[in-house]
Design a protein around this ligand. Structure first.
Ligand code: NCD
Length: 300
């Protein structure tokens, strides 16, 4: 049984195989590869892109999707997530996709199921499908020439599962990350880490901007301090046309974008911004992931 909890659950060959399939699925046409399969989604944290992307990917492959409304499910009556998942598993779904605020929860659920578990984000721990669609987007953009490309990951790195999973996956394909963050968002890392974005801008091929993960901040500052930090953040880390100049840098963001805090309106419209391309690629990559993890009968 293959699960996808972190990018390290896939070998480089498996990642490339997923990309090959994703390329075939890029027209996002519907097929019947997973017809008759049932996929359950369980989102305990809010989501726009990831949940709909998985649902559309599953439906494009002909599968049925059951979205469990967690706020009206038995977990709100005191049932543990483990019991909820064991009960769902007893109904023999073909995969369970889960997002939860607790780091490590999807991993611990493996022993409760007989179908693949796909991690759609666990706290700040991991978000493997986002990292895969990010890498796919870079790979397509540079026609496979990603070895040695430098990518700045900018913002709330310490609280971002997107950063964690990208830092796990991208170096395996030769990308060189540079972490750019104010002191309070830095992590101890083997990768180059700077506070000043302008000091590295000339080196970059790719820039991935991140949203400030307010929901994961343990210390809640006063309104005044929050406003001060926000203005300071915008001044130093908001991606602007002035910052990019004429440089050919691929601009990415996992979404949701906080406009004019993470990236300006103007830069979101700039052709170097591929934020919506990431979303489009996300469906194709998730189709390929579902195809990889869910056993299906090949038509002869
Ligand atoms: C991210 C997430 O939920 O981790 N969004 C996403 O899945 N595309 C990033 C975020 O919430 O900032």
């Amino acid at each position: 049984m293959k699960h996808l909890i972190t990018p390290n659950d896939l070998t480089n060959d498996e990642v490339l195989e997923i990309f090959e399939d994703a390329r075939l699925f890029q027209d996002l046409e519907t097929n019947s590869l997973l017809s008759g399969k049932i996929i359950v989604t369980l989102f305990f944290e809010s989501s726009t892109r990831t949940r709909s992307s998985f649902e559309i990917a599953a439906k494009r492959l002909g599968a049925n999707v059951v979205n469990l409304e967690v706020h009206t499910s038995s977990t709100s009556k005191g049932e543990t997530v483990e019991d909820t998942v064991a009960n769902l598993n007893a109904m023999k779904p073909d995969a369970i996709i889960i997002r939860h605020k607790d780091c490590g929860l999807p991993e611990s659920l493996k022993s409760y199921v007989s179908c693949p578990i796909i991690n759609a984000g666990d706290g700040k721990n991991a978000h493997p499908t986002q990292a895969l669609l990010d890498l796919f987007t870079m790979n397509e953009h540079f026609d496979g020439e990603i070895n040695g490309k430098k990518i700045a990951i900018v913002g709330d790195i310490v609280n971002s599962r997107v950063a964690t999973s990208n830092l796990e996956l991208l170096p395996r394909f030769g990308l060189i990350p540079i972490l750019v963050a104010p002191e309070r968002f830095k992590v101890t890392s083997k990768f180059k880490t700077v506070t000043d974005l302008t000091s590295v801008i000339d080196e970059l091929d790719i820039l991935m901007s991140l949203r400030v993960q307010h929901e994961r901040h343990e210390v809640i500052e006063s309104k005044e301090v929050q406003e001060e930090q926000k203005q300071e953040y915008i001044k130093n880390y908001c991606i602007t046309k002035e910052l990019f100049g004429n440089r050919e840098i691929l601009l990415l963001h996992p979404g949701p974008v906080n406009r004019n805090i993470d990236i300006t309106d103007e830069m979101l419209l700039d052709p170097r911004s591929k934020v919506l391309k990431q979303v489009e690629n996300g469906v194709a990559v998730r189709m390929a992931i579902l195809k990889k993890l869910i056993p299906f009968k090949r038509e002869i």
